[in-house]
Structure formats: structure tokens, C-alpha cells
Write a protein that binds this ligand. Sequence first.
Ligand SMILES: Cc1ncc(C[n+]2csc(CCOP(=O)(O)OP(=O)(O)O)c2C)c(N)n1
Ligand SMILES: CC(=O)[C@@H](O)[C@H](O)COP(=O)(O)O
Ligand SMILES: [Mg+2]
Length: 622
Amino acid sequence: MNILDRINKENDIKNIDSEELPRLAEEIREFLVSHVSETGGHLAPNLGCVELTMALHRVLNFPEDKLIWDVGHQSYVHKILTGRKDEMGSLRQFGGMSGFPKTSESPCDAFNTGHSSTSISAALGMACARSIKGTHENIAAVIGDGSFTGGMVYEAMNNMADIKTSCLVVLNDNNMSIDQNVGGMSTYLSKLRVGQQYNDFKGNVEKVLMKIPVAGERLAKGLKKSKDSIKQILVPGMFFEELGVTYIGPIDGHDIETMEATFRKALKLDRPILVHVKTVKGKGYVHAERHPSYFHGVEPFDIRTGHVIKEKKTMSNTGVFARKLIELGRTDDRIVAITAAMGKGTGVSAFAEKFPERAFDVGIAEEHAVTFAAGLAASGLVPVVAIYSSFLQRAYDQILHDVCLQNLHVIFAIDRSGLVGADGDTHQGIFDTAFLSHIPNMTVIAPKNRYELTKAMEWAVGYDGPVAIKYSRGDAYYGLSEYNVPFEKGKSEIIHRGRGLAIMAVGNMVQETEKIYNRYISEDDDVTFVNARFLKPLDTELIDDLSHDHDRIVVIEEGIKRGGYGSAVEEYVEEHGLPVKVMTCAIDDRFVPQGTVSELRRMLGLDADSIYDRIGHADTIQ
Ligand SMILES: Cc1ncc(C[n+]2csc(CCOP(=O)(O)OP(=O)(O)O)c2C)c(N)n1
Ligand SMILES: CC(=O)[C@@H](O)[C@H](O)COP(=O)(O)O
Ligand SMILES: [Mg+2]
């Protein structure tokens, strides 16, 4: 019988003999590789934290104790150990188990995550709540070295120093973000990693105890360690120590026994402790160990070769963006590119290969990325900040206060705009139009296909002011390339001028709308088909014009309805008393879960068939 068969619910791991734990770790790795090879998912981060998760589960009691996973992409092992291994087949699928912690999925998930660098703040909040309520649960956060580049971490640690209560932070350092980790903190952690041997457990605890006045010294003496070993412990982790957070480490993140003993002791101390754990990303699966970046988040793959089963043959929007950026960069040396730890994901790394001195990976620091871009723009350069739509949510005030208020020429390349699929609610890029369009000076463009994406980039470089260009995850659309009306600020593109019904589609929904349009044409319905293109400024002249011979305008967009493009059209029509009804097919006031984009569109009524059916009833709209 496999040892994993004896793990069926939370805390079962405590009944496994210590000698059996290494075998259990192997079984978990095999289980992970076999499942993720079929579903896709974040494999390398999970392979790297198998023993770390096991050690935490030996020490913490679930669901009473609280364990917070930063980003949460590495929580699969935690899920397996908390009675969810049978759900692994549905990982990241529509209606299935999430790839991130979800409080709605299990009481053993203490806090929902998906975006990085939130875990220490949340843990600290829980620790303070525990003091106020007088309860006694343990609270721990696990955060990776990549996530440790995010600013909130330092805000939390700054605060932590003032809050003298037990809170364990485990820094899972695999010397990798998605790509190579970057920056001063990453260098500092590297120094800590190579600068000393793994501390043995007693030495570490002794160090901690020595720093606690009076009682700590007594306890440390009780450990009967030699004076020499006490001396050598005072140097590492000074940065954390100076901040008032006790540092232990680095310890071997694949040695369950050492981690278990360290965590057990650390949790007894009534103060914030950071345990620095060194792990190998992708550990135990040769292809993932060799290519941790590729296996960070991977599509279904062949276990033997490590190759993704459905290799892409077409170019993605990201690829189109990257290629065009390089082309623009060749002739305009004012152009600089910025990524917040998503070099490969956004395509900025391709630009960086050609123009290393004009490309910046600032770490997982979207807020900084935007204000950094503002500084570059204020000095006459043309920064292109490429950030996924959902991660850009973080930088709202930087966009408003640092860029738009000064009308600076910063280009926002908003990748993963629209539904992203399997990552689910934390990652859907559905709020960008709403949170950008209401900021004065901002121009928002949603290109309809790959050609228009390149034209939008050219236009944005030639413009002077903040411009956001949003495009979706996945394959670039090649269709409708014969329609290529030159760019003019605030002007939509008329693909076909008919009468009666006008359909205005936004960005990636132009492709879906083409199907609806073709259906009308095949039925001899001469409808108007508009590519919205500029979401802001609104093409009010066109709306005025349409209102003369159309009684209905239908707006189709893959974004949140309130504050979106359709809202702006509706508002304009109402304010000006135009004789036309507007219906917006967009996403109602809700979050959108995981699934394939087509499943989600069907669920939301945003697929061509559903929209066609709805328009059929459009004369009933109020
Ligand atoms: C705010 C935000 N920006 C970017 C990301 C994308 N992202 C997810 S995991 C990750 C790297 C995290 O590295 P680390 O914390 O070291 O975890 P590892 O995968 O190495 O275990 C990044 C950049 C994110 N989830 N949230
Ligand atoms: C966990 C996380 O935030 C990233 O790894 C994200 O899943 C990447 O998404 P893409 O696959 O769209 O690059
Ligand atoms: Mg890492």
C-alpha cells in the first residue's frame, strides 16, 4: 500500500512515522507530476515545496491553525494533505478544484491568494485578531523569494516589528521567480544562502533564544550548547533582525526533520520569526529541475519528454507585441521597456535580449514599475510598461497620480486583458476598461487583431500622453485584416455601415462578433458592425451619426459592465437624449471563476450564439 493512501484528510500526516516521510515525499511528487501532466498547472513551485509543506503539516493543526500561501500557486501539496487529493483530476478545470487557496473550498485554506506579496500582511492581521480575541491558534505564512520583491512585504515587516506576537514567516527561497529573480533583496538572499552552512537546528534556536531578554538567555543556556556555536550565529539575517523580525536560517528545505523541529520551536516564541528555507524549484522531476521557468506554469505535457502536448503553432498577442516593440526600439532609442517579473510572460525579455540597457525587470513591483516609468517619461524617454491586466490593478494610484495627473507619455501594454481561463477569479483581466477610462488624460485602445495591435503601438509611440493598449491572452487574431482604417485619436473603425442595428465590439470580442455579423448578413440583415478601437475618448460623433438611422446599438465587451465601454456609450446616449436604445453584453457585477475561455463565455452569455439570441430580443430592452 502506498503511504499516500493513508493521507485522506487533514492532520493524517501526523500519523505517519518519521522514517516513512521521505517515501511519502516521493509519492507526492509522482502524484503531482502525473496529475499536472494531464491538467496543466504550476508544477515546479509545488515540486519544490513538498517537504516544506509536509513539515508545516506535521506541526500545524488544521483547520484551527492558519497557514497562508503567498500567491498560492504552490498550494497543491497542502491540498493533497488536506483531503483533496481526489480532486486533483479537476485542477484548474471549469467547476473543479482551484489552483489557488480558496476558503470556499476547504476550511484548511485560511486566506485566498493569487496575486503576490500579500501573505505577511494577512498573517499579521490574523495574529492581531488572535490577540484581541484571546485565542491561541498558530499563524504562519509561506512566501517565495520572488514574492519577496513586492513592496507590501516591507510594509508588513515594518509593521510586524511593532506587533510583538507569534507569527511565523517561512521564506521559501528557490532562487527563482518565474524567470530569474532580480534585485537587491534577491542578491542579499543569495549571499545568505551561500555565505554559511545550513545552521543546525540547535544553533538556530539558541540564536533566537539569546535575543530574548532574560528568559531567553536562561533557555539558551539550557540547550547546553558550546559558547563557540553561540558566537557564530549572530551575523546572518541582519537585515531582518534590524527590522525587529527574528531570522533563522538558511535551513535545508528538503530536510523534513530539521524543518519540523525548527518550526515547532519557532512557533513557541512570542514574536515574529522568519525562517529562511532553501529549496530547489522543480525538485525531483528532471525536466522541471532543468527548466524551472518553463515548468513554473505549464500546459499538459508528456512526462517522458517534458514537452507540452499541444505546442502552439500560431503567434500570441504577446508575441506580436514583443516583435513590434523590438522593431520600434530599433528606430527610436527613446523607447524603454519595463516588466514586473513577467519578462517572458509579457514578451519584454525578447526586447531585453536586443536592448539590455533599455529593458528593466523591476521584480514583482507593479506600483514601482509605473512610477519608475513616470520618472523615465518625465526625463524624455518613452517607457512601455507591460503588465498583465489583473496585476495592473495594484498600480491604480500610480497610474492616476504619477502618470495621468502629469499627462506623461507612458505606454501601458496591458496583456491578459479579458478572460484568462484556468487561473480563475484572481487573474481575470476584466476590470481594466473600468479602472482606466475614468482617469483624465488617459487614452484606452483595444485593437481588434494582430495588425491593429502593431498599429496601436506605432500610434502610441507617436502620441504624447498616457496610452493604454489592451490585448488578450493567447492566440493573436489574424482575421479582418482587410479593414485597416488609419488611427485617429478617439475614432472607431466602421467595418460595415448598415442600418437599424449597430453592433459595436471591443478588442478581442470583435472576433466573436464577426460570427454574429456573418449570421445577420447571411439572413440579409444589413446590420452595422463597428470595431470600437478607442474606448476612450469615446467616438461621440459616430454615436450621434448612428442614432440617425439605427434604433439599436449593442455593445459587446469582455469586461465588467459597470464603468466599461458600453456604460460610456449608454451614458452618452442618455445624456444627449439620442433616439437609440443601447444594450451592453458584458460581465455583470460578479467575479468570474476558472474554466476555458469558451466555457466561461458560454456561462456569461458572451459567446456568439448567446449574444445572437439576446440581440434577437433586443427590441425588448429598456
Ligand atoms: C502581483 C503579482 N504580480 C505577478 C504575479 C505573477 N507571478 C506569479 S508567481 C510569480 C513568481 C513568484 O516567485 P516566488 O514567490 O519565488 O515563488 P516560486 O514560484 O519560485 O515558488 C509571479 C511573478 C502575481 N501572481 N502577482
Ligand atoms: C501564478 C501566477 O500568477 C502566474 O504564474 C500566472 O499563472 C501566469 O499566467 P500566464 O500563464 O497567463 O502567463
Ligand atoms: Mg522562488
